[in-house]
Design a binder for this molecule. Sequence first.
Ligand code: AGP
Length: 612
Amino acid sequence: MCGIVAYIGRRPATPILLEGLKRLEYRGYDSAGVAVLEGGKLKMARAVGRVRNLEELIEKQGKFEGSLGIAHTRWATHGGVTDKNAHPHCDDSKLGHGIAIIHNGIIENYASLKTYLTEKGHTFVSDTDTEVLAHLIGEVYKGDLEKAVQAALREVTGAYAIAVVCQKEPDVLVVARKGSPLMVGVGKDEYVVASDSSAIVAHTTQAFTLADYTVAKLTRDSFRTSTVDDVPVNAQVKELEFDLAEIELGNFEHYMLKEIYEQPRALRMTLQGRVDMRGGQIVLGGISQLARQLATSRRIVFVGQGTALHACMIGTYLMEELGKIPSDWSYASEFRYRNPIVEEGTVVVAVSQSGETADTLAALQEAKSRGAMALGIVNVVGSSISRETDAGVYLRVGPEIGVASTKAFVGQVMVASMLSLFVGRRRYLSADHVTKFLQALDRIPAAIERALLLSDHIKKATEKYIERENWLFLGRGLNWPVALEGALKLKEISYIHAEGMPAAEMKHGPIALIDKGMPVVFVATRNSQYEKVLSNIQEVRSRGGHVIAVATEGDEDIKSMAEDVFYVPDVPELLQPLVTVVPLQLMAYHAAVMRGKDVDKPRNLAKSVTVE
Ligand code: AGP
């Protein structure tokens, strides 16, 4: 996902812009660029690769003074990864306006706009949709950048978060958004604009989030917000709940490892203030006003992508088991396009760490348009999905920087457990039953702390297999989504091909893959299907596969059936995913490090996929 940083104030812009880009690197990108305005002259630098390549280029070019500027990290959508496709992009130099723009999102009608502009004599130097928007703004510019941006955006369909400067207006920064996140930090005689608060909080904790179709005109001592039709709108400046320390790496080598070890504390934050042990109640203020409607709903559908989808699968089990409401899960991308039946009494729950995943947002909007109640299980406060919902529950696990999701996953599963208890308590669960479950939930952070002690053992075991390019992950019941999550973790950061599936499914084809020494990971904790899993393990072993088992502490039987066993504490079956996922996260992490991969910024990946 692209990153946007812009600054207007009285300080040198370049250092602020570059530092901001570094705060946004975790979002994933493949090129970066800066444009700074000094004395009516626009100075630009763009470079493929990391932000440090851009810094070196700026060093070489020199003279990047100026207190107004825009900067961008690009995750390629239209056009390859090249310097000329990197942002910022400019309008047609023949017009002489000197307009530069950075953009996160997709201009869906860029082709027709490009044809129109080409017929008017415009020439383009890049393959991007963003350059078309720059030219459109230049085409309608009549001396007022704010008005030109509004006019151009009225012609655009798609998603955008943009920042625009113009050589002829050295005291004006115009920003706008629809669909892609954009936040404006309000400082003293200065504004820092960014895709998320991690690039703002070092300068100010006062900020407002732009709503869709909103344009903000910023000068050094004031700002104005309006719609693309120039109707004034109010911006609500709020205190940013963000602690820089939360996004500092500390003593860890990678954010992913830091966030794996943060899981116990993160879950304690998720639970804090939401558990009434004595009353046997879950307190979820964010959805209390919908409690009765939720408890009497007829179907609950969880939607998400990637790791969040795995949490959806677990949420489905939990809601049926505890809430006793027919439930289901769906890839958000499939849900939105398959013409879903959303009958009376349907609740759709969007699960998302970033709250910006385009497919999940669209699925939620589709469900709402068909009359469903829209709930959210989201981490980022004020994100697009959280704002789209009728109500929701925030994870409260803190910012997740590593592209591979870890603490957000356990947070999503924890909230899904709490939501299921919240509903179940209003249906068939007694206070005593809920209290017992809450006591078990309360012990989960400590259980994860025990599982984290396995790290060195897991590293040693993993080392034996890191040359193997094909792994299988198998599990039954709630351990099936955990197997999928383990496979995804390994894939996305070590680039090893890994496939997860229900253990029973292996015999329906994939068993053909098993050859001598193939690593096959079983999530094989003691649960209602344990004996069946043991049979599957035998089937793998008899074909020469190497079994790596996640098992319950004290289980001696499995020792003789697996090359490696990672023992996790014994917790109730419904809560096992919160603990069994930890060894799989650590295994993926160690495999990626031993294979020399970029753990926090894996190739081709973005922290949040805000495009379809
Ligand atoms: C998980 O490790 C990946 N980063 C990815 O699958 C992610 O879970 C997915 O893109 C959904 O993101 P979201 O939770 O922010 O919606």
